[in-house]
Design a protein around this ligand. Structure first.
Ligand code: ADP
Ligand code: MG
Length: 695
């Protein structure tokens, strides 16, 4: 890549270290960063409206002479100026002002105001407009004025000047060179890169402002296309890199001996959707490249059994499989379930958790190392350095969205431990469905299988929203359900600020409920219990010895007790959509009609109201995820805002789906036919960051 040296050696900016420090806060470290610090919006100072005819409800510029100037004391201290032109007049109100402004905006002065006109107490008014003193016949701006994201100590003007300098006199040769081949530019009718960046910083006078503001202008389209393309290229490269690695080929045995014996133990048959994803996964396992497949399926769709069947294929070929879960409770539950399933097949399951006794751990480690245990189940303890596998063929990560972004990245990078140049296959499972545009962008280097059907005989969960002052009705309902032999979860509020407080609340709730339900057995699980205590409590609940289980959100993932058919969630307004969906998924697992009661505290914020409405109206995880993405945006949705890994800055997955599709098809063409341009393109957009978030 020597020919690209000029691109990789991004020229440092010729600014003082003080200014550089502020630029860094805005993510600007080199000339291209600065050139791509595109305006967040524009102001139109290219013409002046007559005051009487200026449209309301949008930002407009007016010009007039100050005819009155007064500091008003009530209802609060403010500076009020009346401005007049030949068509009419309006008020400018400044709630915060300096003494110097009182002097400057003296009667007789001519000013231009930029702002929104509203109907106020004094008639037409502008509150805190941008105000500039001008001479009569002062020329108007000839272009739209860009407005940049700034940071303290680095005002608009300085930033605009720095950007202007880079556009005019970049130090780095070829800074704005085209990275797309002509053919692609023509095919998609894209404007040039340089032109686009220039246009966005200095829109020519005839530019349609609404296209600029709404980011639909061709120049925006080009920039967004380039950004999406960089993401696709980096994903495809990662995909190709994986294809250059070697994995054990895990053949499907003709007689499917183990699988048939395994399925014979079940008192149900697989759904069509399960059959389909099993076929996809098991085909990948036979390949000599490491699989990286994401298995998506709504809560309760039956992913565990799919994982078990994939594991059997590895084991049948003499390789080990490992299943990792994000919480102790879930890992333990998998261990119990899989041991019960695999024991009759003569397969030993090893168990690793951070909380276990040293002796147990030693013997589990030994069994995993010698291959006596062909399946290993555990929490992230499975990934720790001391664990060495006899021969790992398949790593399964359950509820992968629950692992932190950095953990997820680390898992993907390492592909778990490689052994003598052989990489294990990876299967990631998630109950948080990923909307299509997200899976095409942030997940583009993964293969995806989807279970789009629930096992038969499930009746959908009925969701009820109940204001907290109607708790007594809820209590009556619990009593009734338990008399009928059903079991109930009571989920305590999430208190993000303090784990101690959360624990305290859970304990108090449990005590209160014990006092109310003297005839019921009430249990409590929370994050501070030891692994053993949690297991014991869950076992009691599973066996039906406990009717009412008070729990913190530790039960959110994966817990499977089919007889539990009523769930109460306290302070549901504090929880996120995917969390509510996951929690609700703990009921509705048996044949009984299930109910989930969301208790909420009034008053509701508008966002909380919207969330509760969504969870009330929808049970389909995909739809809930789509709405969640819409509400929160991809950064929050993926839990990646603070990860430091680049997210999309300009493209909006909701609006730019078509561009994404184009970028996707261009990526492979570029890598095959124009590898040098592809490299330059990636480096322009990613610099040394080298990769987009992979989740
Ligand atoms: P999830 O996809 O949320 O991990 P699980 O694997 O825990 O779901 O499965 C939920 C429940 O459904 C379990 O009790 C499991 O035994 C049961 N189950 C799985 N597949 C089927 C099926 N094909 N028919 C009936 N029940 C099934
Ligand atoms: Mg599960």
């Amino acid at each position: 890549m020597d020919s690209d040296a000029s691109v990789s050696d991004a020229a440092a900016l010729a600014v003082s270290s003080k200014v550089q420090e502020k630029l860094t806060r805005l993510g600007i470290n080199n000339e291209m960063d600065l050139a791509l610090h595109l305006p967040i919006r524009y102001e139109d100072e290219t013409h002046v409206f007559p005051i009487a005819h200026a449209p309301h409800g949008m930002v407009v510029q007016i010009e007039g002479v100050i005819v009155h100037n007064e500091i008003v004391a009530k209802p609060r201290r403010q500076l009020v100026c009346r401005i007049e032109d030949c068509s009419g007049s309006l008020c400018m109100r400044l709630l915060n002002f300096y003494g110097s402004q009182v002097k400057a905006y003296a009667v007789g002065k001519r000013v231009r105001l930029l702002g929104e006109i509203r109907q106020g107490f004094f008639g037409a008014e502008m509150v805190h407009p941008k105000c500039r003193i001008v001479k009569e016949h002062e020329p108007l701006a000839t272009a739209m004025t860009p407005v940049y994201a700034v940071t303290a100590g680095l005002p608009q003007k300085t930033l605009a000047r720095l950007i202007h300098q880079i556009l005019r006199h970049p130090k780095q040769p070829g800074l704005f060179d085209e990275t797309l081949p002509d053919g692609i530019i023509c095919r998609y009718r894209l404007p040039g890169f340089k032109d686009s960046v220039f246009t966005l910083h200095h829109p020519p006078p005839d530019t349609q402002i609404n296209l600029l503001q709404s980011r639909k202008h061709p120049a925006w389209q080009r920039v967004k296309f380039d950004e999406l393309l960089a993401q696709q290229l980096s994903m495809r490269l990662h995909y190709r890199q994986r294809r250059s690695r070697t994995a054990p080929q895990l053949d499907q045995k003709h007689d499917h001996g183990l699988r048939i014996r395994f399925l014979a133990q079940m008192d149900f048959s697989l759904t069509m959707a399960q059959e389909k994803v099993i076929a996809e996964i098991c085909r990948d396992l036979t390949s000599k490249y490491p699989m990286q497949r994401l298995l998506q399926g709504d809560v309760g769709s039956g992913k565990t059994i799919v994982a078990a069947i994939a594991a059997l294929q590895a084991i049948e070929n003499g390789y080990q499989a490992a299943i990792m879960a994000p919480t102790e409770i879930l890992a333990e539950q998998h261990f119990q379930k899989l041991s019960a399933w695999f024991r009759p097949l003569g397969i030993q399951v090893g168990w690793l958790s951070s909380g276990q006794k040293k002796k147990d751990r030693q013997s589990a480690l030994a069994a995993i190392e010698s291959g006596t245990a062909m399946l290993a189940v555990g929490t992230h303890a499975l990934f720790q350095e001391q664990v060495s596998f006899y021969q790992l063929g398949l790593a399964i990560i359950d509820e992968q969205h629950r692992f932190g972004v950095h953990q997820r990245l680390a898992l993907r990078m390492k592909g778990m431990q490689q052994h003598a140049g052989i990489f294990p296959h990876q299967l990631m499972m998630s109950a948080t469905p990923i909307p299509r545009t997200l899976s095409m962008s942030y997940f583009a280097d993964l293969d995806v299988s989807i279970i789009d059907e629930l096992p038969p005989g499930r009746s959908p969960v009925i969701t009820k929203l109940v204001a907290d002052n109607r708790r007594s009705e809820v209590v009556a309902r619990i009593q009734q359900a338990c008399r009928q032999g059903k079991q109930v979860y009571w989920v305590c509020p999430l208190i993000e600020e303090s784990e101690t407080l959360q624990l305290q609340t859970a304990v108090e709730t449990c005590e209160t409920l014990c006092r109310i339900f003297t005839d019921l057995n009430v249990g409590l699980v929370h994050g501070r219990l030891t692994a053993q205590e949690k297991t014991n409590m869950m076992t009691l609940f599973k066996q039906g010895d406990i009717q009412l289980l008070v729990a913190t959100t530790v039960i959110e993932v994966g817990v499977d007790v089919p007889n539990a058919s009523l769930m109460v969630i306290e302070n549901a307004e504090r929880m996120g959509l995917s969390q509510l969906h996951q929690l609700r998924g703990r009921v509705g697992r048996g044949a009984d009609a299930s109910v989930c009661i969301l208790l909420y505290q009034q008053p509701l914020s508008s966002i909380a109201r919207e969330r509760l409405k969504i969870i009330f109206e929808h049970t389909d995880g995909f739809e809930i995820a789509r709405q969640d993405l819409r509400l929160r945006g991809p950064g929050e949705f993926l839990g990646a805002r603070q990860s430091g890994v680049p997210m999309l800055r300009f493209a909006d997955l909701d609006q730019d789906g078509a561009l994404l599709t184009d970028a996707q098809s261009v990526a492979d063409e570029m890598l095959n036919d124009y590898p040098d341009l592809a490299q330059r393109h990636i480096r322009r957009w990613l610099g040394d960051k080298t990769e987009y978030l992979r989740v």
